[in-house]
Design a protein around this ligand. Structure first.
Ligand SMILES: Cc1cc2nc3c(=O)[nH]c(=O)nc-3n(C[C@H](O)[C@H](O)[C@H](O)COP(=O)(O)OP(=O)(O)OC[C@H]3O[C@@H](n4cnc5c(N)ncnc54)[C@H](O)[C@@H]3O)c2cc1C
Length: 455
């Protein structure tokens, strides 16, 4: 086979979206494929970075494919940084000055962690938790609690909790500053946010809510030594500052190009950018037109994979629009698993109602949103109870009524035997909420009333 005659697909980024795209193009064609990354030679599982620091895995365990996989599948890898994209000449410029031509370019350059212009944010010992290099810096500044006597984490969300858990496995005291009144309640309803607050504090994390970082204070060598809280003026000594106030598309290097940018690389449903033969996928892509309630930038693993699979079809002659289906997500907060299917906003939308149940141990809950009039189920958050994705996906597609969902929750449960204890309790709680008696459930479970909450 003569590669020179093949169309050359160049992919910037060897994360889940770029690599999924490359693998699927290879399944479908003989095109020449080059993957470029300034971060690492080989693809690794970013979501498992924490387990390396925690000692559960070695770096090599994060690589889903053996090193020989790439050559065997004729996927060329380049470890270099792309400095500029020239869409007129259809070529890239690398940091070294080398120019590199493409026929089709796919931007899959992921996210960077946010910094909001805080004084001292670029000091030594201030890290994020996104890249392999961040993990190396963490190991350097927080190898143990003699070197790192206290760490301060700024910004409560999924990555902040991971960092807190990581540090606590090495017995490093952690102060966690969160801007919101309750933990992650820019996303979660108050009930779940409070449940998580208790859980985080149970792990001896010094969680401070409703506070902002004023500045990071450095020593004479430019190394972070303390932080100052804006509201109280309190100064907290520390040896590491973790910045985890969210991520945003890593698109700085594209600002000199002709490609339309917003928060990320602007794309349509075909994942095409404003420039011919240039596409964007994964964390860095921003939908010009929102898809339902989904965020226009989706920084989650499975959507990167879906975009990669979808674009491979298009690039191999089978045009396909990105169609992510129903929203879902999952994460773990120390010992508590979280899943969400459909939409549960931090406050219900107008015309929607909610049902919340929490187990008396304070570590398990479900929160459901549904439409008032039609009683159609809109979404669920679960903490501490693992559910089945395919069941909720089906209920959302079928526009199931909330009563049916409550009645059949057991079908969705991953550990039905384990779940049995809660089922009656959930139905009883749902019954107590109100009014429209609209469902009959199997005898053993009595009758379910579903309710519309008075606002
Ligand atoms: C700590 C952590 C935990 C997470 N946990 C979860 C989770 O539990 N569930 C979930 O759904 N998601 C999780 N995520 C998010 C998920 O990992 C990302 O959505 C996903 O990895 C994004 O994949 P991507 O292919 O778009 O980009 P990335 O994986 O970020 O890959 C982009 C690559 O492009 C490279 N690059 C960027 N610019 C250039 C350039 N100019 N030149 C060369 N190379 C460049 C980058 O260095 C990087 O290697 C987590 C993320 C982090 C950081």
């Amino acid at each position: 086979m003569n590669n020179l005659k093949q169309e050359h697909i160049v992919i910037i980024g060897n994360g889940i979206s770029g690599v999924t795209l490359a693998r699927h193009i290879r399944k479908l064609s003989d095109k020449r494929i080059t993957l470029i990354s300034s971060e690492s030679d080989y693809f690794f599982s970013r979501t498992a970075l924490m387990y390396v620091y925690m000692g559960h895995m070695k770096w090599n365990h994060l690589k889903p494919y053996e090193d020989k996989f790439w050559k065997k599948n004729r996927l060329d890898l380049r470890q270099t940084h792309v400095k500029h994209v020239d869409t007129q000449k259809k070529q890239l410029e690398f940091e070294s000055g080398e120019e590199f031509a493409y026929d089709k370019l796919v931007i899959a350059c992921g996210s960077k962690y946010n910094k909001f212009g805080w004084p001292g944010q670029d000091a030594e010992g201030v890290i994020g938790l996104v890249s392999k290099q961040d993990l190396e810096r963490l190991e350097r500044f927080a190898p143990n609690n003699s070197v790192c006597k206290r760490a301060v984490i700024i910004g409560g969300g999924l990555i902040g909790v991971e960092l807190a858990e990581m540090l606590s496995t090495r017995n490093i005291p952690v102060t966690f500053l969160v801007r919101e009144k309750h933990f992650w309640n820019n996303v979660l309803p108050d009930e779940e946010a409070k449940l998580l607050e208790r859980h985080i504090r149970e792990h001896d994390i010094d969680l401070r809510l409703d506070v902002n970082l004023e500045e990071i204070i450095s020593d004479d060598h430019g190394k972070a030594k303390a932080i100052k809280i804006k509201e109280t003026g309190e100064i907290i000594d520390c040896d590491l500052v973790g910045l985890t106030p969210g991520v945003s598309p890593n698109i700085e290097f594209l600002k000199s190009s002709a490609i339309d940018l917003g928060l990320g690389v602007l794309v349509n449903r075909m994942l095409e950018t404003s420039e011919p033969d240039v596409y964007a996928i994964g964390d860095c892509a921003e939908q010009r037109v929102p898809i339902g309630n989904r965020p226009t930038v989706e920084a989650v693993w499975y959507t990167g994979r879906m975009m990669g699979e979808t674009l491979a079809q298009t690039l191999c002659g089978n045009p396909m629009a990105y169609n992510p289906g129903h929203w879902f997500n999952s994460a773990k907060f120390f010992d508590i698993e979280y899943q969400t299917y459909g939409w549960v906003f931090n406050t219900p939308l107008v015309g929607h109602s909610e049902f919340y149940w929490e187990h008396k141990d304070g570590r398990k809950c479900i929160h459901i949103h549904f439409e008032d009039q039609s009683r159609i189920f809109k979404g669920i958050n679960t903490f501490g109870i693992r559910m089945r994705h395919e069941v909720f996906d089906r209920w959302l597609t079928q526009k199931a009524k909330v009563g049916e969902v409550i009645k059949n929750l057991k079908l969705a449960n991953f550990d039905p035997e384990f779940f049995e204890g809660y089922e009656d309790e959930i139905i009883e709680a749902f019954n107590k909420q109100d009014v429209n008696l609209d469902l009959t459930v199997p005898k053993a479970l009595g009758t379910v009333r579903s309710k519309s909450i008075k606002k």
